[in-house]
Design a protein around this ligand. Structure first.
Ligand SMILES: NC(=O)c1ccc[n+]([C@@H]2O[C@H](COP(=O)([O-])OP(=O)(O)OC[C@H]3O[C@@H](n4cnc5c(N)ncnc54)[C@H](OP(=O)(O)O)[C@@H]3O)[C@@H](O)[C@H]2O)c1
Length: 318
């Protein structure tokens, strides 16, 4: 099959488009014919080798963990899906090898849910990793409750945009950091935008003089420190970007594939509670440009790569 892959750690120029061996489909997996795969910052961090201490890399590595597509083959023990089902997934295993930037990916069923019917393939591909992160942090780690005030950093980014919508759905008031160009976007999601950088603390205090009940740090460093100082008494702090959060009495969180959580998110998307904004799409062949753009750190919503389908091939597969 055709895929993007890299054979050593390095910059975006290590990404090559070409033939790789077809994936094998394990007993608990299905073969997904990929329609779209989203880019996450973790993709280029892994490619650079920054995750080498926690993930073995089996080269050549096909990057990408987010996917939407169609089930074309079932593993022996799979009863959850049928051929032709439309799915989305956060297809992360505990090593780097067979990702989603490809024509096909073998996806364990624990990483999948049905694609929300009202989302495009691109939007559905953009939901799993960021959506699960926002859902698990707000529901499980921060345990946000109705009437609380939540501070969400990078509110216009992939994780932040979903977190703002979910926190509002939980009945919270949301203050979201973003550059001025993204303030209208954050407002449309239901958040109250504040500009980050110098003076952030004063601006948040201006909106929440007593401090915030929960802070969701997606940036780390100085932003984490400021967030810790903005907590109300008993306020909770979670970071997905900086392990130093533990030193502030908070919790570091790493998103987990979870079919049940992803199904809940799919329901919320179908109910119109959660939407996905796709800012840029690239054909699979241009995955390197998609990685470069993501690494600039200014993404509004999601960057997605799409895989062209030959209609006749697709009919044969399904
Ligand atoms: N631990 C985990 O499980 C986990 C899961 C998902 C993501 N992450 C990590 O969390 C981070 C965010 O992920 P993401 O997917 O949301 O990234 P993303 O989509 O690339 O975030 C881009 C957004 O960040 C904003 N931004 C940049 N600098 C900022 C600052 N200093 N303060 C506030 N906003 C700022 C930008 O807004 P402007 O354009 O307005 O500046 C842009 O909208 C990444 O480091 C990612 O690797 C960790």
């Amino acid at each position: 099959m055709k895929a993007i892959s890299y054979s050593r750690y390095g910059g975006p120029e290590t990404l090559a488009f070409g033939e790789v061996r077809d994936p094998k489909v394990g007993p608990d997996s299905v073969l997904v014919k990929v329609r779209a795969a989203a880019v996450n910052p973790v993709d280029w961090k892994a490619r650079e080798g920054y995750l080498d201490s926690i993930f073995d890399a089996v080269f050549p590595v096909v990057p990408g963990w987010d996917v939407s597509g169609v089930v074309v083959q079932l593993g022996f023990s799979v009863t959850e899906y049928a051929i032709g089902d439309e799915v989305m997934g956060y297809v992360r295993e505990d090593f780097l090898s067979r990702g989603t930037f490809a024509e096909y990916v073998a996806a364990p069923v624990r990483t999948l849910a049905r694609k929300p019917r009202n989302l495009t393939w691109e939007e559905a591909a953009g939901l799993p990793l960021t959506g699960l992160t926002a859902y698990q942090v707000l529901m499980k780690a921060l345990q946000v409750k109705r009437g609380e005030t939540v501070l969400v950093h990078a509110a216009a980014g992939g994780v932040g945009a979903i977190a703002v919508q979910l926190a509002r759905h939980l009945g919270a008031r949301v203050i979201g950091t973003a550059s001025p160009a993204n303030h209208d976007f954050v407002r449309a999601l239901g958040g109250e935008p504040v500009t980050y950088g110098e003076g952030l603390s004063e601006r948040v205090r201006g909106l929440a003089p007593e401090g915030v009940d929960a802070a969701f740090d997606t940036i780390g460093g100085e932003t984490l420190k400021v967030s810790a100082n903005l907590l109300a008494p008993e306020g909770r702090l979670v970071s997905i970007a900086d392990g130093d959060v533990v030193g502030y009495g908070g919790r570091y969180y790493w998103v987990r594939p979870d079919a049940e959580d992803l199904t809940r998110l799919a329901d919320l998307a179908e109910q119109g509670v959660v939407s996905v904004h796709v800012s840029d799409t690239f054909p699979l062949e241009r995955a390197a440009d998609a990685h470069r753009l993501s690494a600039e750190g200014r993404t509004r919503g999601k960057i997605v790569v799409t895989v062209d389908w030959d209609a006749e091939d697709a009919a044969e597969d399904v």
